[in-house]
Design a protein around this ligand. Sequence first.
Ligand SMILES: Nc1nc2c(ncn2[C@@H]2O[C@H](COP(=O)(O)OP(=O)(O)OP(=O)(O)O)[C@@H](O)[C@H]2O)c(=O)[nH]1
Ligand SMILES: [Mg+2]
Length: 360
Amino acid sequence: MSHFEQWFEACETPTVCELTGQGRGAICVLGIIGDAAVETLQGMFVPFNGKALAELPRQKPVYGRWGAEDVIVCIHAENEWELHCHGGVFAKQKILSDLQEKGFVFRDMPPSEQLTKSSAAARHELANASTRKSAAVLNWQVEGALERAWAELERDLADEKLTMARERIDGLLQWAELGLHLTRPWKIAIAGAANAGKSSLINRIVGYSRSIVFAQPGTTRDLVTVETAIDGWPVELIDTAGLRASDDQIEKEGMALAEQAIHQADLLIEVIDGSAPLPGLLKVPKLQHLVAVNKCDLVGLPTDLKGVRISALRGDGIEELLEQVSRMLVTNMPPSGTAVPFLQCQVDELRRIRREITVA
Ligand SMILES: Nc1nc2c(ncn2[C@@H]2O[C@H](COP(=O)(O)OP(=O)(O)OP(=O)(O)O)[C@@H](O)[C@H]2O)c(=O)[nH]1
Ligand SMILES: [Mg+2]
């Protein structure tokens, strides 16, 4: 019995899942299971051959329409259907939401052991890669780098070569952080005192006015996010409310959100206004922390300030700041063809084996 069949058997409620995995693709295959499949799909799936759903042949493609969308259905058993539609987000979301309205529960297929180790998983992730660099690393895995590394690890474990296995796992895990951020951007919080130039910096980095800039402190309230790439790595920049003493309730809410964003970030860029009295720096012991001393275009800034001197207004120092960000996120670029784990379940599994063989 296949992994999919086993999983389907275990589903007690009417269930729909994406067999082709989540994300964009040329086509999407949905698995639909539930005792009421035929009655539910009546009226939603309209076969071109005009037959009633109960009369459709099993294990054969049946062409038809779902609303305005051309689809193909394959009935495996009365309660087990497969539906093929376009892989664009809107087509499948329409079908999924129609089914959810009828009481079907959408569930993510748990990755099978084979899938997580195989190049197929990398191929799926590759579709979600937004930069060339992250696509290149995933492509090495599509070509089998990680699959070979798993096979070698399994051989070492079977031969009880535990030192070798430990070294292999450590070698793989050194790339885990990078691997996990190939399709999920690194989160970079931009925080600091009100009016320091945080929003100006975010706008300067992305090259357009994403965030409102204003001379009055307390301008940014909500978190303002934008995805971009730094040195070819996908990142999400998060502009936050300026931190200052304030009685304004909305501003206080904004500052609470800012603190949350800082704690969930992979890296903090703290912007300080070099022309204003120096505030105490934020204390975030476990977080990578970079200080950007802004407004260096203004004459007479103190020369002893530690941090990258920038002018969000004119653009000075931005390149150096981004170089430092890139170096802090990715200390080493893996050599071409390196095996890089890129799914949380792969990293968890490697850590689990590492713990087991350490105890042994
Ligand atoms: N001279 C100079 N002014 C700057 C620079 N960066 C920002 N400013 C000005 O500083 C003021 C505040 O800029 P913002 O980018 O809104 O500052 P912020 O840190 O986002 O402010 P809040 O959202 O209120 O916390 C604006 O008048 C900007 O034009 C800079 O590099 N040089
Ligand atoms: Mg702002």
